[in-house]
Design a protein around this ligand. Structure first.
Ligand SMILES: [Zn+2]
Ligand SMILES: [Zn+2]
Length: 265
């Protein structure tokens, strides 16, 4: 099945420009150097109904702006990679979309690991607590993330990756995969990535970081996985879009906000 993958945001946790910074990238006039917090949108037309389905991976603090820019009018499910602020702080902005979903078919399911569910329950206590009474709370349900999550005809396979001290979730859907906040890829996860044609991998900067891969590490994994096209995301202000892309192999590029690529689901 044909679908599309849209980069809602390709920046690191602080976003680019980074507040208070006057570096060449943060003051760049190139729109490709403006990066909101990391998130992607997967869309496809469901064969049985012809309805356009939409899954968002992570809803960070820029979700509202990203959804407006992408023309997102409905969401069928959200998958979470992990519970850090740059990946979850947009949950409240799902409210209006959740009212639409609730009228159509029911609350929007959020799929997350037990650790991430615990964080979401704490941060959004007024939404998820059984005692929550706020009338306009989001119509969302927290669902345990299994090895595979079936959403209207598309299977999202969980790909465990290492993020500093934690194991978090990446996702494979058809011939595409999205792996963000990666500091290492367990051997068993490489096997789950065989045959991937479009790979998205996080690459923070050149200098080492305890919980994020450098561009050089990410390049090495990308070469090993061997996708037809690799896109890098979760990018800090150390990497300029145009100048970095000039140094990369033909089939590897920094992604940018708003970029949409076709994927086979
Ligand atoms: Zn992150
Ligand atoms: Zn993180």
């Amino acid at each position: 099945m044909d679908g599309s993958l849209t980069f809602l945001g390709t920046g690191t946790s602080m976003g680019v420009p980074t507040l208070g910074c006057r570096c060449a990238i943060c003051t760049s006039a190139d729109p490709h150097d403006k990066r909101l917090r990391p998130s992607v949108l997967v869309r496809w037309n469901e064969a049985a109904t012809g309805i356009e389905r939409a899954v968002v991976i992570d809803t960070g603090p820029d979700f509202r702006e990203q959804a407006l820019r992408a023309g997102l009018r409905r969401v069928d499910a959200v998958l979470f990679t992990h519970g850090h602020a740059d990946h979850i702080l947009g949950v409240d902005d799902l409210r209006p979309l959740s009212f639409i979903a609730a009228r159509e078919s029911g609350p929007i399911p959020l799929y997350a690991s037990p650790e991430t569910i615990a964080i979401l329950e704490k941060v959004y206590d007024y939404t998820f607590s059984p005692q929550a009474t706020y009338i306009n709370r989001a119509r969302l349900t927290l669902e345990p993330l299994e090895e595979s999550t079936w959403v209207h005809g598309v299977d999202f396979l969980r790909i465990p990756v290492t993020h500093g001290e934690q194991t978090i979730s990446g996702f494979r859907f058809g011939r595409a995969a999205y792996l963000t906040d990666v500091s290492a890829i367990p051997e068993a996860s490489f096997a789950l990535l065989e045959g991937v044609e479009v790979l998205v991998l996080s690459a923070l900067r050149h200098a080492p970081h305890p919980s994020h891969a450098t561009l050089e590490q990410a390049l090495g994994w990308a070469q090993r996985i061997g996708a037809r096209q690799t896109w890098f995301t979760h990018i800090a202000h150390d990497l300029g879009h145009a100048e970095t892309n000039r140094t990369l192999p033909e089939n590897m590029r920094l992604a940018h906000d708003g970029l949409s690529v076709p994927v086979t689901l």
